[in-house]
Design a protein around this ligand. Structure first.
Ligand code: MGD
Ligand code: MGD
Ligand code: SF4
Ligand code: MO
Length: 735
């Protein structure tokens, strides 16, 4: 690697793969010249992505998204000037930065003055760096004085976060480095399609099996990940809670609990035990469709291993009972002594680039930096002092993401949005889109003209990952440094500069620095003493140590800031609860918010494909990725397709109580016959979120993205629609 190569990390998912960026001439760079149709080719990206084999998490490997990430840096592929809506013509027109920021400040101020501070909302994203997430939360509470801030991480891992907090007293996605996965004895991977969503991580599962370990995958589809498994359980979507309870029932019935561990390190077992005992294996088979012998086999593999892990992702979490579902999997770990020990434990595979750090530093509705609670008087005092404000000035907790979007145009009448594209990614998206259109004022900071930015009154073009320095915290809780490798094109500013400019216009000249390291140093002080303590972490240390795991407090008196080693493994001595014991939570199965019936006899579940990322705002603009997965589809079983008279590739309409979406059928034996799957990366006719159910988990406020009831209609050429009755009686997948 030559001296000009800058070590940094991928802009996309929570694996935060290490990569290098090397200067490239104009018109060159990764897959240069292959930009999405319609994007003017005005100069190349300036840098190209190269491998960084020394970084331990991905050891040089990158997926196609990471490999092509530099494409969007090209000036012709992204926004390079602010856009302001002409009030006469209704058209977005190029404008100068002063005019754009004046318009945003005026729009936010006007709404606050007319309707109260809480009529102004802020919506953030788990892709924002720690510095940005911190500054955005502070901006909402201090510069706007509003309680109405939340972010897309609510749609992501909030159920696992809530369950973590309840059971362990602390929420860090993985309580151990990812590499530990290769050395444990058995992994149950629940609702994660790692092979497509974090491809370089698949090697740890491969190594696990090479080392003699066992892999169990729980997914209603036989995914590329499930194909690697020793045992694949394919439950009906929305029934993971019953499945986990059924396994725990068998553990107890077979006398495979770890009584010593339960007595020494946990509380609440008696209640959780009796709740689980109500879930007989035969009943669980009826609810989930997973045959009892497979349940028994899973228990054997899990308990026979000397150490084992349960890892969950969005499958079991994005349910209106996601918190209880994760709680049930944690109970299984606790009852078998598979937690708080080397190579054993429960972990959540966090999703977005800064999904972990983004949920720690204050862009969440109920939260202050350092994973502190907004309703805790001591937390308010500490953070108010760092911010130089009166604790009484800080607003209280606000609405959760969907509730905030649902309130737009009514209680919340102006919105500043940074790092999300809810027109595509929010549940019941047609309704959300209508709410966004009804706003008095919308400002969006983005790198491209996303579907949501296209509705804004003002669009602010911001710098991208390679053009600014900042930290992210990956799925392991490892704090990483992304380094600036090149300057943004003229006309582009950073998110921190946007917040600084707006704060100044709102009367806060001070307190919103634009230098990332200055923001990080303030974040360190704000987080000091909190659950996610970053005070001992510095940019220099991160660079020297391949990242630092939080908590990493700054040691007092006599110690130097570099003294604390960071915490790769949590809970080995005690859990983070007041008494140090992990808490069992007694949970029982309940049905999905929307069960199938005669009118809507099929289950719809949703998720991701390898080559597109999230709302697709970025990856749909990268030609190589778009060519690999150009559009939406409906994955359905051959028996279901046959009954509909649908051939592979023909359009099929999916109808739910929220709306109707049309996309080509992808006929495949790799899905249950009672279930269809749609990826959610596209807007328009094939938008999966037109269909999804915004029913919320009572604790985490997570929407039920992973299960709703639909019916299918064959779309005949000529436009005529034929509704075909399809029963939901078949249970066993791919059998
Ligand atoms: N290529 C790509 N990679 C990504 C992303 C992306 O958009 N594209 N996004 C990133 C982000 S933010 C996230 S959150 C992660 C998500 O990563 P994953 O959680 O792996 O992704 P999903 O495809 O949403 O869901 C995983 C699996 O859950 C299954 N599933 C559906 N319903 C159920 C159910 O009821 N129970 C169970 N057990 N399984 C079910 C689906 O069939 C799917 O295979 O990926 C990250 N990485
Ligand atoms: N049906 C269904 N819906 C889902 C899910 C599902 O599984 N099924 N998954 C949910 C999950 S887990 C997630 S995480 C959400 C994600 O969905 P979104 O919140 O829509 O996420 P992205 O598409 O990543 O949107 C990020 C936007 O911010 C821009 N951006 C990127 N970096 C920056 C930056 O540094 N600053 C600024 N200002 N902008 C930036 C991007 O260009 C993009 O327009 O979708 C959720 N929606
Ligand atoms: S796995 Fe995630 S972090 Fe790694 S290259 Fe792909 S998108 Fe980037
Ligand atoms: Mo996510």
């Amino acid at each position: 690697m030559n001296a000009a190569t800058v070590d940094t990390h991928c802009p996309y998912c929570a694996l935060q793969c290490g990569m290098g960026l090397r200067p490239a001439g104009p018109g060159t760079g990764t897959a240069a010249g292959a930009r999405a149709a319609g994007a003017p080719a005005a100069g190349g990206p300036g840098v190209e992505v190269v491998e960084r084999p020394g970084f331990p998490v991905n050891r040089g490997a990158l997926c196609g998204k990471g490999r092509t990430a530099a494409e969007l840096l090209a000036p012709g592929a992204r926004l390079t000037t602010p856009l302001v809506r002409n009030t006469d013509t209704g058209v977005l027109e190029p404008a100068g930065w002063d005019e754009a920021l004046d318009r945003v400040a005026a729009g936010l101020r006007r709404t606050g003055a007319a309707h109260g501070r809480d009529a102004v909302g802020v919506f953030g994203g788990g892709g924002l760096t720690n510095e940005k997430a911190y500054a955005l939360g502070k901006f909402a509470r201090v510069a706007l004085g509003t309680s109405q801030i939340d972010y897309n991480g609510r749609f992501c891992m909030s159920s696992a976060a809530a369950a973590h907090g309840r059971a362990f007293g602390l929420d860090r996605g993985l309580p151990f480095p990812l590499a530990d996965v290769a050395r444990t004895g058995c992994v149950i991977l629940v609702g994660s399609n790692l092979a497509e969503t974090m491809p370089p991580a698949l090697r740890y599962l491969t190594e696990l099996r090479e080392n003699g370990g066992k892999l169990i995958v729980v997914d209603p589809r036989r995914t590329r990940t499930a194909e690697q498994a020793d045992l694949h359980l394919a439950p009906r979507p929305g029934t993971d809670l019953a499945l986990a309870l059924g396994l725990l029932h068998l553990v107890v019935a077979q006398g495979r609990t770890d009584e010593e561990f339960i007595a020494a390190r946990t509380s609440g077992w008696a209640e959780a035990r009796s709740a689980a005992m109500a879930h007989w294996p035969e009943m669980v088979e009826r609810i989930t469709g997973v045959p009892v012998p497979q349940l028994r086999e899973a228990v054997e593999l899990f308990c026979d291993a000397a150490s084992s892990m349960v890892l969950t992702a969005r499958g079991p979490e994005q349910q209106a009972k996601g918190t209880d579902t994760v709680g049930a999997w944690i109970n299984l770990c606790l009852a078998t002594g598979r937690a708080g020990r080397e190579l054993s434990g429960y972990g959540c595979l966090t999703g977005q680039g800064n999904g972990q750090g983004g949920r720690e530093h204050g862009q969440k509705a109920d939260q202050l930096p350092g994973y502190r609670k907004l309703d805790d008087p001591a937390a308010r005092r500490h953070v108010a002092e760092v911010w130089g404000v009166d604790p009484d000035e800080l607003p209280g907790p606000g609405r959760s993401a969907y509730e905030l979007l649902d309130a737009l145009g009514r209680d919340v009448r102006a919105l500043l949005l940074m790092g999300s594209n809810p027109v595509v990614s929010a549940p019941r998206a047609a309704h959300v889109e209508e709410r966004i259109r009804s706003l008095d004022f919308l400002a969006v900071a983005d790198v491209v003209l996303s579907e949501t930015a296209a509705l804004a009154d003002v669009v602010l073009p911001v710098a991208q990952w390679a053009e600014e320095t900042g930290t992210t915290t990956n799925l392991e809780g490892r704090v990483l440094l992304r380094r600036r490798a090149l300057a943004p094109p003229p006309g582009v500013r950073t998110d921190l500069e946007v917040l600084n400019g707006l704060a100044a216009r709102l009367g806060r000249e001070k307190g919103f620095p634009t230098t990332p390291e200055e923001v990080f140093d303030e974040l360190r002080r704000a987080s000091a003493g909190g659950p996610a303590d970053y005070s001992g972490i510095t940019y220099r240390r991160i660079a020297e140590e391949d990242g630092v795991f939080w908590p990493c407090p700054q040691l007092p008196e006599g110690g130097s800031p570099t003294d604390h080693p960071g915490t790769p493994r949590l809970f080995l001595d005690r859990f983070a609860t007041p008494d140090g014991r992990a808490r069992f939570v007694p949970v029982t199965h309940r049905p999905a918010d929307e069960e199938t019936d005669d009118a809507y006899p099929v289950v719809l579940t949703t998720g991701r494909v390898l080559s597109q990322y999230q709302s697709g705002a970025q990856t749909r603009r990268v030609a190589e990725l778009n060519a690999a997965e150009p559009g939406p589809f409906v994955q359905l079983h051959p028996r279901l397709a046959e009954r509909l008279g649908i051939a592979d590739g023909e359009p099929v309409a999916v109808v739910s109580r929220r709306g109707r979406a049309v996309a080509p059928a992808r006929v495949s034996g790799a899905i249950r016959p009672d279930t269809v799957f749609m990826p959610f990366h596209w807007p328009g006719e094939g938008r999966a979120n037109t269909l999804t159910n915004p029913a919320l988990d009572p604790t985490s406020r997570m929407p039920e993205f992973k299960v709703c009831a639909v019916r299918l209609e064959a779309v005949r050429t000529g436009g005529a629609v034929e509704t075909v009755e399809v029963g939901g009686s078949e249970r066993n997948p791919g059998a």
